[in-house]
Design a protein around this ligand. Structure first.
Ligand SMILES: Cc1cc2nc3c(=O)[nH]c(=O)nc-3n(C[C@H](O)[C@H](O)[C@H](O)COP(=O)(O)OP(=O)(O)OC[C@H]3O[C@@H](n4cnc5c(N)ncnc54)[C@H](O)[C@@H]3O)c2cc1C
Length: 307
């Protein structure tokens, strides 16, 4: 059994106590490591009533899944939680210092960033109030529940056509896109999937939100729709990684933190897990990332202690 003690209060501080962060914490507290999980209660899926595609939790509210995980982590004596927003992080001689809005700070030997991303929604009236209900980003998460019928696809970014080809699995898809952005090959692929191309832009979504009845186009036509899929565009929810000097990587969905296969960032002692370090995430992948990051953080502590 390990006997070495360290004067720092936490072996690891995890910023973000949702799926990735709690998964990381679970592994480390099971290794009897002292872990502080900092979280301010804004998981990315908070707009959706239920989470899907999560093994053994299919259809359970996302908040319930996280609450159960948190209770299990909290049962370990070396787990600590702080409900607060971390506002700054900096490297110190022997680890990291994390600042909170009330002016207090805490320190940890390793840092696991698991604070997720924010969705950047298109500026189309009606999207925001339907987000996670009838305006959706992930067909794997919510496509089945739409139950077929007419569905819209708001084509954004370079992967709009590929996205529409996938979404078409779950309904009669109408892709709202400038046809100049669709190659002949893509047009043939879309036709094979039964996807209609609508060149006129959407002016607004209509219906008693969160219900959707359809899209009003800029030429006043109305296209009936049960749901609209919006290709994800994300941004990191803060600049911690960049301030610490972590390398970033650009993906079609936005800039995320660059990690290796062990969720190690380019900065020693800093690990990143979940949506902030992968281009298309979900609960299961975030959980896996958290576990991987925790094992890597553990190994790095071990190396320091046996040097
Ligand atoms: C509308 C919607 C529905 C979705 N539905 C599904 C689904 O059905 N199934 C599925 O598998 N996936 C779903 N997803 C994807 C899923 O939500 C994410 O992949 C998952 O939440 C990523 O987990 P995470 O731990 O990386 O980040 P998050 O779950 O986003 O958690 C990040 C946490 O960090 C905290 N945080 C951020 N900044 C700070 C700070 N400075 N200080 C303290 N705390 C901070 C936040 O409060 C939050 O609790 C959905 C996403 C959206 C947008």
């Amino acid at each position: 059994m390990r006997t070495l003690e360290n004067p720092m209060p936490h072996d690891a501080v995890v910023i973000g106590g949702s799926y990735a962060g709690l998964s990381a914490a679970l592994q480390l507290v099971r290794a009897r490591r002292r872990v502080l999980v900092v979280d301010d209660g804004r998981p990315r899926n908070r707009f959706a009533a239920r989470a899907h595609g999560v093994l053994s939790n299919d259809g359970r509210p996302g908040a319930e899944i996280a609450a159960a995980a948190r209770a299990q982590v909290a049962a370990y004596p070396t787990a600590a939680f702080r409900t607060a927003e971390a506002v700054d992080v900096e490297r110190t001689d022997d680890g990291f210092s994390i600042a909170f809005a009330d002016g207090t700070r805490t320190t940890g030997r390793r840092l696991i960033l698991a604070h997720g991303v924010e969705d950047v929604l298109p500026e189309i009236p009606g999207v925001r109030e339907r987000w996670g209900r009838t305006a959706l980003h992930c067909p794997w998460c919510h496509g089945y529940e739409v139950g077929g019928g007419p569905i819209g696809v708001l084509g954004r970014g370079d992967h709009a056509v590929q996205y529409a080809l996938v979404v078409a699995e779950w309904g009669q898809a109408v892709l709202f896109i400038d046809p100049a952005r669709v190659s002949d090959t893509e047009a043939r692929q879309l036709a094979k999937r039964g996807v209609t191309i609508e060149p006129t832009p959407v002016e607004r979504l209509e219906g008693e939100a969160p219900t959707l009845t359809g899209a009003r186009l800029t030429d006043s036509r109305f296209v009936p729709l049960k749901a609209v899929f919006v290709g994800a565009q994300v941004r990191l929810s803060n600049g911690f990684a960049e301030r610490l000097g972590c390398e970033m990587t650009d993906t079609p969905m936005g800039r995320i933190i660059k990690v290796d296969a062990q969720q190690q960032t380019s900065q020693p002692g800093v690990f990143a897990a979940g949506d902030l370090a992968r281009s298309a995430g979900n609960i299961t992948l975030a959980t896996t990332d958290g576990m991987t990051a925790a094992h890597a953080a553990f190994r790095s502590l071990l190396e320091e202690e046996t040097a």
